[in-house]
Design a protein around this ligand. Structure first.
Ligand code: SF4
Length: 338
């Protein structure tokens, strides 16, 4: 019979042995360093491992250490991050690099509380740096690890409830084999990523099936129990591609607020009662003091991020009078680009 003590005493050795044989060859696992662990963990938030491999290699070629990140121009960092999204992460990377150079002798503190003081580093990333980079006895519970534990212990309530989070952290810590935090935490994450997958768990080849309660109870497909879905806010937005002499106008968003310093097509939210074309005429006037005519529709794009469900209406636009120059009422820069 499975008991918590038998799981704690027997599972780790079995899992470590499986990981030794089956682990994927990932670039941040070669010549481990706190810097590589940190960058890979930030990139892996919200992005699949396969995609991160490419971004990680390119980043390391361009920014091989903290000093190179600290002295980089923000546009260069954003360019290297382009496609990963959640651009505040890259700004936090630079802020953290500057703090580490200034206050920590160009290294990472080996204290959980000190790591939590750094921009963009939360409990998970702090645990990952301490365990994966320094092999210190901390747990690193990401979504993969949560799923493994929810199934192993057949947790019948939402996996992200405070009680379950506490339980999973306690169990993950209790299982940590002495001096093997680096390997063990990676093994747990790897198991969740490649075997105990969200929709199609491969229980037949799972190294810890002997201890898995949800396998025994035939509840694998029902675990983990999700929490209440977040309420999504629908947004109707219009963007205009303004063409003049074969070039198009883009503008740079201001610091602070949503998506600071990113380049965009002018436009904005459609007000109640407005058509997308009317919204564009108003936005170009308000943001750039440009009078435009709205032409053919290009495409309607539907895209969800965080708690927003965006419908983006895009149109070709022309200047009413080609001599007009954009005035920056909202943006901090604008350019005509090919
Ligand atoms: Fe996940 Fe299946 Fe392994 Fe249980 S037996 S941990 S459900 S893969």
């Amino acid at each position: 019979m499975t008991t918590r003590s038998s799981v704690r005493s027997q599972l780790p050795a079995r899992l470590l042995e499986w990981f030794r044989i089956h682990q994927r060859d990932l670039p941040w696992r070669r010549e481990v360093s706190p810097y590589k662990v940190w960058i890979s963990e930030i990139m892996l938030q919200q992005t699949q491992t396969k995609r991160v491999v490419h971004y990680f290699k390119r980043w390391m070629a361009r920014f091989p250490d903290l000093a190179s990140v600290a002295r980089a121009k923000e546009d260069g960092l954003l360019k290297a991050w382009e496609g990963l999204g959640y651009y505040n992460r890259v700004r936090n990377i630079q802020r953290t690099a500057l703090i580490l150079l200034r206050d920590h002798g160009a290294g990472f503190p080996q204290s959980y509380d000190e790591l939590l003081q750094l921009p963009g580093i939360g409990p998970y990333t702090a645990g990952a740096i301490l365990s994966l980079a320094f092999n210190l006895p901390h747990c690193a519970v990401d979504g993969n690890v949560e799923r493994v534990f929810a199934r192993l212990f057949d947790l019948q309530t939402p996996v992200k409830s405070p009680d379950n989070r506490r339980f999973i952290r306690e169990e993950a810590l209790a299982m940590l084999p002495e001096n093997r935090a680096r390997q063990f935490n990676q093994a747990l994450m790897e198991l969740g990523a490649v075997v105990c997958r969200p929709r199609d768990a491969d229980c037949q080849s799972c190294p810890v099936q002997a201890w898995c309660l949800s396998l025994r109870h035939h509840t694998v497909k029902q675990r983990p129990v999700p929490g209440k879905p977040e309420k999504m806010t629908p947004l109707e937005v219009a963007a205009g591609v303004l063409v003049r002499d074969g070039r198009i106008l883009i503008q740079k968003r201001p610091p602070g607020g949503l998506m600071p310093h990113l380049w965009e097509f002018p436009g904005g939210k459609i007000k109640p009662g407005e058509s997308p074309a009317e919204a564009l005429i108003r936005e170009f006037q308000e943001e750039l003091e440009l009078s435009i005519t709205v032409g053919e529709k290009i495409i309607v794009i539907r895209h969800s991020y965080t708690v927003f469900r965006v419908t983006l209406h895009t149109f070709w636009c022309r200047l009413k009078d080609e001599e007009q120059q954009p005035k920056l009422c909202f943006a901090v820069d604008s350019r005509w680009v090919r």
